[in-house]
Design a protein around this ligand. Structure first.
Ligand SMILES: [Zn+2]
Length: 305
């Protein structure tokens, strides 16, 4: 069956790029609602479905936009938490244009969601089964989806910065792998990126407490890394969140090579462009047991959260 939140849960913080204070309240929603954002600070409280066809391409984050130009930015870590905890329906009330960055990971969202818990709603759950290989390439970046019986995420990154370097990781997202292995990995950047972003009015809310900053061989963030390969784990977290804009759980293998938000969105657009690429499948007990978020508890959450 589909799920929603058992009760509302609130998160307060600042936007990574805007630096502005913002409050998010996740609220229960009915069957077939999906994940929808609602700008409660604006007249008429515009609704923004968290769906691939409402995403505007942006290299640094994932942003939703309405036909009237209303936006919500940096949805990806919250979307990853909703996907990884198995939340299928929710209204996300937000009183500003950017989701709070919190500690730069999805751990606090996961803790809040798991604290209030989930409720089932009386509608069967469907998943998106990948039927054919779909690939998007852009320069040195590639993203692809291929048929598989669970959601598998494979990721490779390759940075000149020696402290990041080449990292590769593969995870089957069944059995709470997201909560145990990915959700506490923080967003990251290079020290050289910070000045460029600030000059462009971005990362104004960024601090060493909500992003891992790499400089040459060094990690500038106090306390260092949460995982030796925290950077690639965060890219997998981003991919899980971006893939959830498909509108339902995906059964397929995602491979990202130096991929980012924009190419993953192009991948979803290409997937849904051809009806032969995918089909809806009803989630029987066997499929449901293989979805992210099944069987996890607060005890699985890394102690850092
Ligand atoms: Zn991210």
């Amino acid at each position: 069956m589909q799920t929603t939140l058992h009760s509302p849960v609130t998160f307060d913080g600042v936007g990574l790029h805007s630096g502005a204070p913002v409050r998010v309240v996740l609220r229960p929603a009915g069957a077939e609602s999906g994940i929808v954002f609602r700008r409660v600070d604006l007249p008429g409280q515009p609704i923004l479905p968290a769906r691939w066809d409402h995403v505007v391409v942006s290299p640094l984050n994932t942003r939703l936009v309405t036909a009237a130009g209303v936006t919500v930015s940096t949805i990806e870590h919250l979307m990853a938490a909703l996907s990884g905890c198995g939340v299928h329906n929710a209204v996300v009330d937000i009183d500003g244009p950017e989701v709070p960055i919190l500690d730069g990971s999805a751990a606090a969202f996961v803790r809040g969601i798991m604290h209030v818990g989930l409720a089932t709603v009386s509608a069967p759950l469907r998943a998106i089964e990948i039927l054919r290989d779909v690939t998007v390439t852009d320069g040195v970046s590639t993203a692809s989806l291929t048929p598989a019986t669970t959601l598998q995420i494979d990721f490779q990154i390759d940075f000149e910065e020696p402290a990041i370097g080449r990292q590769q990781k593969s995870l089957n997202m069944a059995n709470g792998a997201f909560v145990r292995q990915l959700c506490d990995s923080r967003t990251f950047c290079r020290a050289s990126d910070v000045d460029v972003m600030r000059a462009n009015g971005l990362a104004l809310g960024g601090t060493l407490n909500n992003a891992v900053v790499f400089d040459g061989h060094q990690v500038l963030t106090p306390g260092g890394l949460r995982h030796p390969d925290e950077a690639v784990r965060h890219k997998m977290l981003d991919a899980l969140g971006d893939l959830y804009t498909a509108g339902a759980p995906i059964l397929g293998r995602y491979t990202g090579i130096r991929a980012g938000h924009a190419i993953t969105n192009r991948l979803l657009r290409q997937l849904f462009d051809q009806p032969e690429n995918w089909r809806w499948v009803a989630c029987d007990a066997a499929i449901a047991a293989r979805l992210p978020g099944v069987g996890v508890s607060l005890a699985d959450l890394p102690a850092v959260a």
